[in-house]
Design a binder for this molecule. Structure first.
Ligand SMILES: NC(=O)c1ccc[n+]([C@@H]2O[C@H](COP(=O)([O-])OP(=O)(O)OC[C@H]3O[C@@H](n4cnc5c(N)ncnc54)[C@H](OP(=O)(O)O)[C@@H]3O)[C@@H](O)[C@H]2O)c1
Length: 235
């Protein structure tokens, strides 16, 4: 079996990319997922280590998780599943199409359900490992025009709480991270973004994923709310 394996969805940018770098620099083999194959190959080649694998595909499409499972079987197991792929559909309810709403839930919620469903039998069989999911501070701080996004992030919290209950008879852990504003491409098409004096860097979240993955064997964190600290800004 390959030692120390992490599966990362939404791996090519922002939080996912920083997490891939954090774990690969510490000897992990990463199974990297996103939709854009060229970005995945570039990331794979940039990471330290020669054993990383890529799975190009929409995480809301069940076949993507089936391919991930095949690779995990080939590697001989998985230590961490980091459910991270997501985006923000920010629109007033009355202007949002049914497709836009459903697409948001498909990526942000079904895209957490599917890899979890397909890798759970492996985690159970090993009786070891962690499932870690990126929710958002938005799950606690609702805001106008955020209905689809906030609904998706509250949904994954509930999902993870239930998975944790399903795993109570095992040593498999489940944790959810709720970051505040992180300076990433997430905001590229949005009418607002992180402020200069208060935002997280993607590396802050990656280090938190590392912390959750390396918590004491006898501990099982439920959720971490990660708020940006005040930064000094130049006038
Ligand atoms: N940035 C923030 O302030 C913030 C705060 C709290 C929570 N979050 C959450 O953190 C997660 C990562 O966000 P980020 O800020 O790192 O955003 P980002 O820089 O835009 O990265 C998003 C990543 O997800 C991939 N992706 C998007 N849709 C996908 C899909 N359907 N299937 C597979 N991969 C997909 C993207 O690659 P492709 O486009 O090539 O697929 C990219 O690798 C998201 O779940 C987001 O909701 C972000």
């Amino acid at each position: 079996m390959t030692e120390n394996i992490i599966v990362i969805t939404g791996a090519t940018s922002g939080i996912g990319r920083a997490t891939a770098e954090q774990f690969a620099s510490n000897g992990y083999t990463a199974v990297l997922n996103a939709r854009t194959e060229s970005d995945l190959k570039e990331l794979r080649d940039d990471l330290p280590g020669e054993t990383h694998r890529v799975v190009a595909g929409d995480i809301g499409d069940e076949n993507t998780s089936k391919v991930i499972k095949t690779i995990v079987d080939d590697l001989g197991g998985v230590d961490i599943l980091f459910n991270n792929a997501g985006y923000g559909e920010i629109q007033p309810v009355t202007e949002m199409s049914k497709d836009a709403f459903e697409n948001q839930l498909n990526t942000n919620v079904t895209g957490v359900f599917l890899p979890t469903k397909h890798l759970l039998p492996v985690f159970r069989e090993q009786d070891h490992g962690s499932i870690i999911t990126t929710s958002s501070l938005a799950a606690k701080n609702s805001f106008a025009n955020g209905s689809a996004y906030v609904a998706s992030k509250k949904a994954v919290q509930g999902f993870m709480e239930c998975v944790k209950q399903e795993l109570r008879d095992t040593n498999v852990k489940c944790g959810t991270i709720l970051p505040g504003s992180v300076d990433t491409a997430f905001f590229n098409d949005l009418p607002f973004g992180p402020t200069a004096d208060r935002h997280l860097d993607a590396e802050d979240v990656a280090k938190t994923v590392w912390f959750v993955a390396n918590q004491p064997a006898s501990a099982d964190l439920d959720e971490i709310v990660l708020r940006p600290a005040k930064r000094e800004t130049k006038d």
